[in-house]
Design a protein around this ligand. Structure first.
Ligand code: IVH
Length: 707
């Protein structure tokens, strides 16, 4: 029994180190095949000895089933935001304020790239990744641990000896790695608690590839790598996150049980030694002149990076000086960002076209003379809506400036009227849908012009494509082309018809065979089990994307409840007063009105009714109804290591039993499950009188027994 344990332990260490070399240091030492062999051997051993699987095993990055919703995590130390500057003068003014407050003292800066991604906080307990949370509102974020675990450059376990592999020099041996007390990093102990903060991002290449796949599947493109990273990290199904090639750079520390160093520069070296990815372009600067020089130099060089940055972040190096400077409300006084000016290019509008979207919205699009901008060739720019088109007064033939202010989708920002050709006429605002000829209408309070015809072929097509897309009901094999075939052949007229398709009819279509047809029918059938969040996003309700769908699903928990809801369920309207406050945070008045109006349309109601009859799930959680579940409505905190369950499995079990997992203990916590080496949470639970369970009791509880 001893042998497999040793072998598994060795394999895990080996794989971890090769992951580090490949994903963090970019210096692979073995071939992909050799790596796959190590991985396969570990998997085989773990399959034979499931009781020996550890939660931090490299095989456990992707595990568990899709979540119904995210739990939330309260940050032990708030995640502040940073004030912006846009030019050298503003940077000098920042330095003046610092100098005044620090008196005569010397101080230096650390200058970092401002990675255009999404801030997260990773909590390591005893060196093992315990939780990962989004920034959220700075106080409370979403628990995205399962998704975070799929990011290969994030270690599941910190390395005490990150560079054990021969021939790789420890960065910590250099002069620079000694902190101000002369401690050597090799002696770095892994702190009992370490919260690392940093940016999850999507490399530009992966972003472009993802958008290409999405375009082919008829799914909307992500506007920029930041949205793509955020969208990918907040997916309820971590198996999809795992395919998104996200990466991570650490740049700050949150809660820590013992300080790593006296200043940021050395702390970053320590984090690196612990196996965390640190951006290689971090620089020290002696004064603000040097800071400015570094910032300006990156404005030109940034297009050479393989990820996007939208500026620089400038930080006071020494922690004691940071303490003196403190923070104002939402942002620290020791830190400032410098935002790059947006890149612009000049080109000519060849024509303006009107696109019909999935909600019937008519959007003007400028077809441009191809032009190179920030590394890509741009051929089209959305004009967003007709108000915007008129505000800019863009006409076919106009010379325009386009910009990509961090956005990958280019925008027309200015018309150079002096180059306007004679006779250039404004593009008329359509009164009809360009596809079906029905009246184009504008709803109260909305800017969008919409085709009012519920059976418009263009709207129907876009709605079906969206319904089947990955962000929607995720029906594999049902991309744009197949949707067109099904519509052309008259096999479907509405998305609800998908569920009555027959394999033999599909098999008779061009380029379809029996196998692909039956696969498609199977995939359509499978989509019936998706949860309410997906369904709401899939239904193309105006203003409802992934985020709003989640808010609605969390609030109403069933389609019935949402369909019954009047405007009063969304908004607090005091009689006689103008003031309106949303009851569902994040769903404001315009959205609420659009949702209620859309869901009251007879065609939409009929569609939803038909989906219901077809057996499409209309509840937030698939699986047993929460009220019958053993942990229904209960909040559970897990601390320490459990013997038979990984942290992930335990959390999953709580959610499946209808409970909520939280990472911090409060009076509202119902149970604290304590494994071996429990942290401070156990003490807190005892202090608050919260019921503490051991592993046995926890399992009994899951099984619905009394404890
Ligand atoms: S430091 C209190 N460093 O920019 C200091 N932030 O505008 C916390 N960001 O929310 C932030 N790269 O999402 C810091 N090297 C870097 C960064 C960085 C990107 C993001 C981060 C933060 C925002 C601040």
């Amino acid at each position: 029994m001893d042998e497999p344990i040793k072998r598994m332990d060795w394999l895990r260490r080996e794989i971890r180190e090769h992951d580090h070399l490949y994903y963090v240091r970019n210096e692979p030492r073995i071939t992909d095949q050799q790596y796959d062999e190590l991985f396969a051997e570990l998997k085989a051993l773990e399959a034979r000895h499931p009781e020996l699987v550890t939660p931090d095993s490299p095989t456990q990055r992707v595990a568990g089933r899709p979540l119904g919703e995210f739990a939330t995590i309260r940050h032990s130390i708030p995640m502040l935001s940073v004030d912006n500057t846009y030019n050298a003068d503003e940077l000098r003014a920042f330095d003046e304020r610092v100098r005044k407050q620090l008196g005569q003292a010397d101080y230096d800066y650390v200058v970092e790239l401002k990675i255009d991604g999404l801030a997260v906080s990773l909590r390591y307990e005893q060196g093992v990744l315990a939780t990962g949370a989004t920034r959220g509102d700075g106080e409370v974020g979403d628990d995205v641990t399962t998704n975070i675990r799929t990011i290969r450059s994030i270690p599941l376990r910190l390395h005490a000896d990150a560079y054990r592999i021969e021939g790789v020099p420890p960065s910590s041996r250099g002069q620079d790695a000694r902190d101000t007390q002369g401690r050597d990093a090799l002696a770095t102990r892994i702190p009992a608690v370490l919260e690392v903060r940093g940016e999850v991002y999507m490399p530009t290449k992966s972003f472009a590839a993802l958008n290409k796949i999405r375009a082919e599947a008829g799914e909307p493109a992500f506007a920029n790598p930041r949205n793509a990273a955020a969208g990918s990290l907040k997916l309820l199904d971590a198996r999809i996150t795992a395919t998104r090639n996200l990466s991570f750079f650490a740049y700050a520390i949150g809660e820590i049980s013992e300080p790593l160093a006296d200043d940021h520069w050395h702390a970053l070296q320590r984090l690196k030694d612990l196996g965390l990815p640190i951006n290689p372009h971090v620089q020290k600067a002696r004064d603000i002149a040097e800071v400015i020089e570094i910032c300006i130099s990156w404005a030109d060089r940034r297009s050479k990076l393989d990820y996007q940055i939208d500026g620089m972040v400038i930080k006071i190096n020494r922690y004691d000086q940071r303490d003196i400077l403190g923070a104002t409300g939402r942002a620290p006084r020791w830190c400032i960002s410098y935002k790059f000016p947006a890149e612009r290019a000049r080109t000519v509008v060849e024509s303006i076209a009107v696109q019909v979207g999935k909600t019937g919205a008519l959007t003007p699009v400028a077809n441009l003379q191809p032009v190179l901008l920030a590394g890509t060739t741009v051929k089209r720019a959305s004009l967003h809506n007709f108000d915007e088109m008129q505000r800019l007064d863009v006409r076919p033939g106009d010379t325009v400036l386009i910009e990509k202010a961090g956005e990958i989708i280019p925008q027309v920002v200015e018309v150079r009227k002096e180059f306007r050709p004679e006779g250039a006429e404004p593009f008329p605002v359509p009164t009809q849908c360009p596809v079906c000829g029905s009246e184009a209408v504008r709803r109260k309070n909305e800017v969008a012009l919409r085709c009012a015809n519920p059976t418009c072929p263009a709207v129907t097509r876009e709605a079906i494509v969206h319904y089947a897309s990955r962000g929607g009901m995720d029906i594999e094999g049902l991309g744009e082309k197949v949707v067109d075939q099904l519509l052309d052949a008259g096999l479907i007229r509405d998305l609800a018809d998908l569920y009555s398709l027959r394999a033999e009819d599909v098999a008779a279509l061009d380029r379809q065979g029996e196998t692909s047809a039956s696969n498609l029918i199977e995939a359509i059938g499978e989509s019936k089990g998706r949860d309410l969040t997906r369904l709401l996003n899939a239904l193309a309700i105006p203003h409802v994307g992934e985020e709003t769908a989640l808010l609605l699903a969390r609030h109403f928990r069933s389609m019935d409840k949402l369909l019954e809801a009047s405007l009063d369920e969304f908004l607090d309207r005091e009689p006689g007063k103008k003031k309106v406050t949303p009851k569902i945070p994040g769903v404001g008045e315009v959205m609420a009105r659009a949702i209620v109006e859309d869901l009251s349309r007879p065609d939409k109601r009929e569609r939803i009714h038909r989906l219901m009859v077809a057996g499409v799930n209309m509840l937030l959680q698939s699986g047993p109804a929460p009220s019958q579940s053993s942990l229904s409505g209960k909040t559970v905190v897990i601390t320490g290591t459990l013997k038979t369950l990984s942290r992930q499995q335990a959390e999953q079990a709580v959610r499946e039993a209808g409970g909520k997992v939280s990472s911090s203990v409060s009076k509202k916590t119902d149970f604290v499950v304590a494994g071996e080496d429990p942290g401070s949470k156990l003490q807190k639970a005892q202090g608050l009188g919260v019921k503490v369970l051991d592993e046995e009791q926890f399992k009994k509880l899951l099984a619905g027994k009394d404890v």
